[in-house]
Design a protein around this ligand. Structure first.
Ligand SMILES: Nc1ncnc2c1ncn2[C@@H]1O[C@H](COP(=O)(O)OP(=O)(O)OP(=O)(O)O)[C@@H](O)[C@H]1O
Length: 245
């Protein structure tokens, strides 16, 4: 139960609060019900895995939390701000100031070095960290002057993570960050995300269909057919380096 001061019964502060969120994509005659009444919270500093099969609504939910999409009905709050009552300009500002995104594909600019890709963000952010410090957090400082084409997929993803966190966002939203990577490389990327969550306290949500990854989370929220089918608290989470799949 969340009280009006944002604290729940266990005294955790809710960063996000989604209540009865539905999303319907109208495709001509066909209505696709991507989310069917999702109510959930994400707490400050926690590491949450959103687990679900393909098509269960994970990306739709993450995009709504990140202000990239709006629900058909229901309400979403980020701290005291109601995202569902915000216009496009407010959502853009909200994203710019508060949210770091990591996607399956890295979308680095090929003509810029790793450092320059990160600096693109630090130059426009309100209170950014130094680009080299962001690269250090993902253990890519030594490769700062390399171009994306000179980096492996996992290395490019770590640069993309550095870029996402360089503006010091309050939340980091990751959509299948290891989806394009082999197991070993995926684990290195997850270690980088966990380090950021631990060292910066960034509230972190990672979408995956890979149940093994849920073992490193504080909480696991399972989605099935557009609804939350379970919420589990991990009493003993394990390090990313100990994962296997
Ligand atoms: N822009 C869109 N237009 C129409 N339907 C959409 C759109 N985006 C998502 N959907 C549909 O909504 C449902 C949920 O999709 P979503 O991408 O959220 O699932 P997901 O769990 O992230 O899946 P995946 O793991 O495959 O990415 C699916 O049936 C999908 O086809």
């Amino acid at each position: 139960m969340v009280h009006c001061n944002g604290m729940d019964a266990t005294n955790q502060t809710a960063v996000f609060r989604a209540v009865d969120v539905a999303k319907i994509y109208q495709m001509g005659e066909v209505a696709v019900h991507a989310l069917r009444g999702v109510t959930m919270e994400l707490y400050e500093h926690e590491f949450v895995v959103l687990l679900g099969a393909s098509g269960s609504g994970k990306s739709t939910l993450l995009n709504i939390l990140g202000g990239l999409d709006v629900p058909t009905s229901g309400t979403v709050h980020y701290e005291q701000k109601e995202l569902t009552a915000s216009d496009d300009a407010e959502l853009t500002l909200y994203r710019r100031e508060n949210v770091g995104f990591v996607f399956q594909f890295y979308n680095l600019i090929p003509s810029l070095t790793a450092r320059e890709n990160v600096e693109l963000i630090t130059e426009i952010a309100k209170s950014p960290m130094h680009a080299m410090d962001a690269l250090d957090l993902v253990r890519m400082k030594e490769r700062a002057n390399h171009f994306p084409a000179q980096l492996s997929g996992g290395e490019q993803q770590r640069v993309a993570i550095a870029r996402a966190i360089a503006k010091n966002p309050k939340v980091l939203l990751c959509d299948e960050p290891t989806g394009a990577l082999d197991v070993q490389t995926g684990i290195i990327v997850l270690e980088a995300i966990a380090r950021i969550n631990h060292e910066l306290g960034t509230t972190t949500a990672v979408i995956t269909h890979n149940a093994a990854i849920s073992k490193m989370a504080d909480r696991v929220i399972s989605l099935s057919d557009g609804q939350i089918s379970g919420v589990e608290v991990n009493t003993s989470k394990i390090a990313a380096s100990e994962l296997s799949w």
